[in-house]
Design a protein around this ligand. Structure first.
Ligand code: NAD
Ligand code: IPM
Ligand code: MN
Length: 366
């Protein structure tokens, strides 16, 4: 039996609830395939603060390093919000983890099944066929990581705080390559989103992206859009996009918007990749729902498990090369949703099921 060796970091809030059923789905999907799951659990986020006194214990990093991929839940929540900002789960665990493994490419598919259009806040007649776009977000640069970051009291008693937005040409080029590769497998259209009418980093972004595509991918149709317009266009006509390509913070904001336009954040999965390969010769990656710990519903057992399950499918596809198994999981999720078995966030008019029931339905479709 060949083993699929990955780290499992459930985290906080709904993280452990959706992780538990996602692992069952992965297990069932590989049953009889000659593979076996070899998972190692590790504490991260608020759970790790409570257990080990820090959000990303060295032992957790070691577990990640010793595995072929990371399946991540989500971190953070009200319990840890009063800690100093630098010690909070998001900043002390998730961002360092992305940085440590140089996971600069975040891929978030915005897929709304035709049967689920009623769950989108958009009018059905605008998206009769559903939505099929993908957001490529730069994940280890920009204002999230730029130094200096500071907060200081001024002599006149005022206080100021600052973050720094930095992009290097090399950082823009390597993520442009991911956007291009993604577009080549789709409709060959990339819309690069920036704020080049205001930000110096965006002027460089646009310049580098334009030159990169002209030189390397003339067959791809490249367009540029300011981020404010992009936010509006995403709500107006999402299918005008094929690959929505942008920097770190714009991608964070636009991808949540894409999540709800595609029915629910609870459906939005993601893969974060770098250049490093695992021992199988596939990209090492971190796979996580795009949404957070959902404190408003955590502990109730009603969270939508699809984003976590679909993140697991992305892991099988990218980090283990198991395309066919990944597709089977994606089909099972789709069939479940189409059969009307839906958690509250996507139920719209139907009776909502809980996390367990939704997972059971997905399991029966495998
Ligand atoms: P959130 O994404 O946790 O929740 C926003 C809304 O979406 C809530 O109403 C929530 O119930 C809903 N939602 C999200 N996922 C859902 C699911 N699977 N099923 C059903 N509904 C779902 O965003 P927030 O409330 O701004 O943040 C809560 C905490 O999560 C914060 O501490 C934040 O920093 C953290 N967070 C973590 C990650 C991560 O670990 N990757 C991502 C985003 C936010
Ligand atoms: C996401 C999240 C994270 C981000 C937070 C929790 C640090 O919102 O993955 O979208 O901003 O990248
Ligand atoms: Mn986000």
């Amino acid at each position: 039996m060949k083993s699929l060796k990955f780290a499992v970091l459930p985290g906080d809030g709904i993280g452990p609830e959706v992780m538990e059923v996602a692992l069952e789905v992965l297990q069932k999907a590989i049953d009889g395939s000659g593979y076996t799951l070899e998972t190692t659990n590790a504490a991260v986020g608020g759970a790790a603060i409570d257990e080990h006194g820090e959000a990303l214990p060295p032992s957790t990093v070691k577990v990640c390093e010793d595995n072929e991929a990371i399946l991540f839940g989500s971190v953070g929540g009200p319990k840890w919000e009063s800690l100093p900002p630098a010690e909070q789960p998001e900043r002390a665990a998730l961002l360092p983890l992305r940085k440590h493994f140089q996971l600069f490419a975040n891929i978030r598919p915005g897929l709304l099944y035709p049967d689920l259009v009623a769950a989108s806040p958009l009018k059905t007649e605008r998206i009769p066929e559903g939505i099929d776009i993908v957001c490529i977000r730069e994940l280890t640069g920009g204002i999230y990581f730029g130094q200096p970051k500071a907060r200081r009291e001024l002599p006149d008693g005022d206080i100021e705080a600052l973050d720094t937005m930095i992009y290097k040409r090399s950082e823009i080029e390597r993520i442009a390559e991911v956007a291009a590769q993604t577009a080549l497998k789709r409709d060959k259209r990339v819309c690069s989103v920036d704020k080049a009418n205001v930000l110096t980093t965006s002027v460089l972004w646009r310049e580098v992206v334009t030159a990169f595509f002209a030189k390397n991918y003339p067959e791809i149709e490249l367009s540029h859009m300011y981020v404010d317009n992009a936010a509006m266009q995403l709500a107006r006509e999402p299918n005008q996009f094929d690959v929505l390509f942008t920097e770190n913070m714009f991608g964070d904001i636009l991808s949540d918007e894409m999540g709800i336009v595609c029915g629910s954040l609870g459906m939005l999965c993601s893969a974060s990749l770098g250049l490093e390969m695992n021992s199988l010769g596939h990209p090492f990656g971190l796979y996580e729902p795009a949404g957070g710990t959902a404190p408003d519903i955590a502990g109730l057992g009603v969270a939508n498990p699809c984003a976590q399950i679909l993140s697991g499918a992305m892991m099988l596809r990218f980090s283990f090369g198991l395309d066919e198994v990944a597709s089977r999981i994606e089909n099972a999720v789709r069939q479940t949703v189409e059969s009307g078995i839906r958690t509250g966030d996507i139920a719209f008019g139907l009776e909502a099921v809980n996390t367990r029931q939704m997972a059971d339905a997905i399991l029966t479709h495998l």
